[in-house]
Each structure stands twice: as C-alpha cells, then as structure tokens.
Design a protein around this ligand. Structure first.
Ligand code: PHE
Length: 338
C-alpha cells in the first residue's frame, strides 16, 4: 500500500557532526506559538534514520505538550543517534560541541533542554556555545537545574487526577523504570501509602528500590494486575499486542511517546484502560524550566503551574469520556490552536 505522507513539521536539520562523526537531527515541528523547544536525546539507534524518526515524532509531541501547558513555545527535539556500541566517553565534548553548533545554526528558532542521555552540565556547555539556547543548566551556573523533580511532581498531579475520587493510599502501582524520575515517583507514592512494584533493565538498582520499601519484580509489569502502571523508561512501551494484554486500569507516566502508534490508544480505550497521554503527564519538567528561566516565575508559581496538570488531566479525561474519544485525541482538541 503506498500513500503519500506529507511532512507535518516546519524544518528538519540533519548533520554529521564534524568533530564526533555522529548524526545529529534537530526537528522543528512548530514555531507558531514561539521558538520550538524540546530536549536533547543522546542514545544508540540501530540506524541514524531511526534517530531522525524519533526526533520527528518527539518534536510533534512537544508542540502539543507546550500548547496544553499554555507555554509560549512550539515543539522541537534534538536526537544524537549514536552507533550501537555507544560513544567513547573521551569523545563526548566533541559531540556536545557538534550539537551546540547544530542548534546555533538554527538562529534561535529552537531551544534545547535535557532528555535521555543528556545532563544539566551538557546544557551548560550548549548554553555557552550556542547563544544561551539551552534550558536547565545547573543552578550554581544560573539555570533551573535538572528537571527530574518537576517532571515527577507533574506525573503525580496527573496520577492523582486519574485515580480521583480515590486516593493513592492502598493502590497497587507498578513503576517501570527506576531512573531519576521513576525513583522520585516511587518515593512519593510510598510516602502516600501506595503498594509499589518496580522494575528496571538495570537490576543493579534493586537494592535501592527495596530500601525505599518498594517490591522489585522481574515480571513484565505491563501484564501485571495493577491499579496504576507508570511508564518511566524510554518510549514505545505500548504496542497493540502489549495493550491487549495490559493488566492495569490506569496508565500515567513521564516517558515520552509511550504508544508506538496512535491506534494503540483505541485498544486501550476499548479495553476500558485509562491512559493519561504523555504530553499531559510529562510536562512538569518543561513547565518548571520555562517558568523559572524565561517567564520570571518563582518556585511557588512554577509548582502551582505544574500542579495544574491535575486540572488539565481531569479536562482531558472528561472530554474523552463525553465524546468517546481516545485521550490523546481529547488532549489535542483541548490544546489551544497555535
Ligand atoms: N525532556 C524534556 C521534555 O520532554 C525536555 C525539556 C525539559 C526541554 C526542560 C526543556 C526544558 O519535556
């Protein structure tokens, strides 16, 4: 079947870094609301083309994320597609310089931030090399720091709205991915009296999880009977097949692009599983960074805006219910037009 697919974004720049040799894609999906913004993902891909595809998909999600959060930014994303064997750590400064050069070449149409594989320190380097077009430098260097705590706060707000009128206490929650955000979510859920089951590809994290009071499992959490499943690892977790076998009632987490394709949202809806779209639940990090660094908010104002993700979630869920839409369709309908 051949069907012409038109380019939905504004611009796509792919360069081979002159210093590192790594393929770097910067996708600008939309600048209608303001400069495009989106994190810098650095990880191995089977092919550089997969990295380009990821940048395109993730940049589109950022447009909806910023619009729903009411931020004066559009969507973009950087992907540095490493070879399967990864990058020699000694070459990392070269790669960061190449990424900064690629971002600088866009003349301010795109701003970056941390994402999988990039750190606050990388943002400080990119900020210095690319006209200040990077969010989330370390606080001691004038930035708003890592966005992990803010991202976790936003997910918890969405989760509360998703389980309401019940409280989190006593719920069985599975957290898939024990990275910086997953861990903060676990801690908070445990404090609130949830029964938390955790898994991560890195089983070396087990002792830390158990020390917090979580139960470690090697089982496939997607299939486990759970009140809430929290995807907190890389995206693409939910396929038509995994959604058909999913044992959770509610899915809400910080991972970007949780569904491999939008049809998965229909499988979830038809099975009565509530999925809070990642573009709603994962906005805490960007709200905090932009609020603190660009919109002049103090910590309390930024936190209040992050907590308002609960209201956005409730609005998305009720629109989806009323109109029989998937939650992701409902989220797009609620996003103010650019
Ligand atoms: N990784 C973040 C996200 O997907 C990107 C980001 C965070 C960009 C903070 C800028 C500032 O939302």
């Amino acid at each position: 079947m051949s069907r012409t697919e038109s380019f939905a974004g504004e611009a796509l720049q792919v360069v081979r870094g002159t210093r590192s040799g790594v393929a770097i894609a910067v996708a600008i999906h939309s600048t209608a609301r303001g400069p495009a913004i989106g994190g810098c993902r650095i990880k191995p891909y089977p092919s550089w083309r997969d990295g380009v595809d990821d940048a395109l998909r993730l940049s589109a999600a950022m447009t909806t994320k910023c619009a729903l959060a009411g931020l004066p930014y559009g969507g973009g994303k950087t992907v540095a597609a490493l070879p399967a064997e990864g990058l020699d750590p000694a070459r990392r400064p070269d790669l960061i310089a190449d990424i900064a050069e690629a971002i600088a070449a866009l003349g301010g149409r795109y701003r970056t931030g941390p994402d999988i594989g990039s750190t606050s320190q990388d943002m400080a380097d990119i900020h210095r090399l690319a006209h200040g077009w990077a969010f989330c430098r370390p606080e001691e260097q004038g930035g708003s720091g890592t966005s992990s705590a803010a991202t976790a706060r936003g997910v918890l707000a969405a989760l509360r709205a998703g389980v309401a009128p019940r409280s989190v206490a006593g719920l069985r929650v599975g957290v898939l991915g024990f990275g910086s955000v997953g861990r903060l979510i676990c801690e908070s859920l445990l404090e609130q009296g949830a029964d938390v089951v955790v898994t991560d590809v890195d089983s070396g994290l087990r002792p830390v999880a158990e020390q917090l009071g979580a139960t470690w499992t090697e089982a496939d959490l997607v299939r486990e009977p759970l009140d809430v499943l929290v995807p907190a690892a890389t995206g693409g977790l939910l396929t038509v097949e995994s959604a058909a076998g999913c044992g959770a009632s509610l899915i809400v987490g910080p991972a970007n692009n949780q569904l491999v394709a939008e049809e998965v949202a229909m499988v979830l809806r038809d099975r009565g599983i509530t999925w809070i779209p990642d573009v709603v639940a994962s906005a805490g990090g960007i709200i905090h960074a932009v609020g603190r660094e660009a919109l002049g908010m103090d910590e309390a104002a930024a936190n209040a805006k992050i907590d308002a993700i609960a209201d956005t979630t409730a609005a998305v869920l009720s629109l989806a219910r009323e109109r029989g839409l998937t939650t992701v369709r409902a989220a797009r309908e609620l996003a103010p037009p650019a």
